[in-house]
Design a protein around this ligand. Sequence first.
Ligand code: ADP
Ligand code: UDP
Length: 234
Amino acid sequence: MDKGTKIYEGKAKIMYATDQADLVIQYFKDDATAFNAAKKGTITRKGVMNNKISSKIFEFLAFHGIPTHFEKYLSEREMLVKKVAIVPVEVVVRNRAAGSLCRLMGVKEGTTFASPILEFCYKRDDLGDPLINESHILAFQLATAAEIATIKEYTLKINDLLSKFFKNLALELIDFKLEFGRYKGAIILADEISPDTCRLWEIGTGKKLDKDRFRHNLGDIEEAYQEVLNRVSK
Ligand code: ADP
Ligand code: UDP
């Protein structure tokens, strides 16, 4: 697979063209940002760990019937994926309160809910990825009603699958963010699923094993990502 020109460089990844028009290489960097990129830094070998963790998770989800962009793990920092047109909506699922939900609803971190919460955010860095609802998505034609229905169906299934997957590794899936894209007329899961995009708390100790260690200067950041990788690789 020949690596072609750089198509896009984001905060955490770079996308490269390949010799096949419908495939791209997703390259994982060590750069980390938080609070709408107000905090910037690097996490040593994060790219390597997130590529491996995401690859394992995409394989697991595909095995359980979720269509994903994942084609294959290419090298330590590179994953071959289907080239999608990203739906400009970030889909967040919350099983317990953390981060922005605590501010939104005035609850303490760790608060449990009667049922999981599904949120949509407009994927617009310049606006700070604001919280929106289905009505905004339809009014601004970010996705069709049928696409929203598919995204919600996949998202709730992914939450069930991943909650069980991580529970088996003694990790609690607190919340996570997904991105979907359009590929040959269908909606498929894209981007990454890693400690950058999930909150994971160790069952028993409650230790945070995710990007909150970077956000809030909790220390042992690399060790936390490595711990998740070790468990996911089992
Ligand atoms: P950001 O753009 O938020 O800084 P990244 O650094 O993670 O994010 O950059 C990766 C970009 O590639 C994101 O904008 C993401 O939506 C997009 N992307 C993810 N998967 C695919 C894919 N399969 N095809 C095309 N674009 C993708
Ligand atoms: N998240 C993400 N990218 C974003 C915003 C959120 O991956 O641009 C993830 C985040 O890691 C967490 C979940 O989505 O697992 C919910 O994040 P929250 O809204 O609490 O964001 P925060 O205020 O912490 O940035």
